[in-house]
Write a protein that binds this ligand. Structure first.
Ligand code: UZR
Ligand code: MG
Length: 247
């Protein structure tokens, strides 16, 4: 198995001097606890990268639909555990997108905990692919497809407050069931799976979408990387001296 620290996969595109280098999409993973502001951070990155084609793939889309038996006992179902996702399907989708193929992403309904059986969302390959979700850093194979990993780090009280609002207003739940689920599954899974995956992040953003400086720096970095890709195509024999910087 590949080492956990080798985050960027070896590819023709990673060698600027390779005349056969093809332009591979830049894959960004965005993780963080529930209601940390992942979606907001992604939206801001997409907005600022307006001159590039960017697609967003949400890990939520890959929730396994519940069986009728599981649906009857939905309060005992752990949606925050890695097994709740079809990771093989997610992996296949990101692999295809990375190779320039378009994919059909399932559509998941949070109210009935099931996938729409006949409709999919077609996602086309792009310059940048953003993969967002609470557990996108959990599987090493998925991590290895990412060129950049961002962890959105927001205090637990702020996240719980947002989660209560979102689940009651947007997902039709009552406050008691939200709190019960949080204590029983959401918080333990954050401690067991989400928080430990923070160590894989290249960049940690405190305060989520409120942190404009961090988002500006990230966007600048992505633009530099995309510019290097373009240079490789125009001047295949040119070496680009890469510098690394950390936030
Ligand atoms: P984000 N989730 C649901 O509430 N219902 C579902 O059918 C599927 C998932 C929740 C899940 C997790 N937990 O905490 C959250 N529960 O969606 C992840 N309970 O989504 O990253 O947007 O917070
Ligand atoms: Mg979200």
């Amino acid at each position: 198995p590949r080492s956990a620290s080798s985050s960027s996969p070896a590819s023709a595109a990673s060698n600027p001097a390779d005349p056969n280098a093809t332009k591979q999409p830049f894959v960004i993973g965005v993780s963080g606890g529930t209601a940390s502001g992942k979606t907001t951070v992604c939206d801001m990155i997409i907005q600022q990268l307006h001159d590039h084609r960017v697609v967003l793939v949400n890990q939520d889309s890959f929730y396994r639909g519940l069986t009728p038996e599981e649906s009857e006992r939905v309060h005992e179902y752990n949606f925050d555990h890695p097994d709740a996702f079809d990771t093989e399907q997610l992996l296949e989708c990101v692999q295809k997108l990375k190779c320039g193929q378009s994919v059909q992403v399932p559509i998941y309904d949070f109210k009935i905990h099931r996938r729409s059986s006949d409709t999919f969302r077609q996602v086309n390959a792009s310059d940048v692919i953003i993969l967002e979700g609470i557990l996108v850093f959990h599987d090493q194979r998925v991590r290895n497809l990412m060129n950049m990993k961002i962890f959105v780090d927001t205090d637990a009280d702020v996240r719980l407050a947002r989660r209560i609002r979102r689940d009651t207003v947007e997902r039709g739940r009552d406050i008691n069931s939200v709190l019960e689920m949080y204590a029983k599954f959401v918080k333990p899974a954050f401690d067991d799976f989400v928080h430990p995956s923070k160590k894989y992040a290249d960049v940690i953003i405190p305060r989520g979408g409120d942190n404009h400086v961090a988002i500006d720096l990230i966007v600048q970095h992505i633009q530099t990387k995309l510019g290097q890709h373009d240079l490789c195509k125009i001047y295949p024999n040119m070496y680009v001296i890469q510098s690394t910087f950390q936030i």
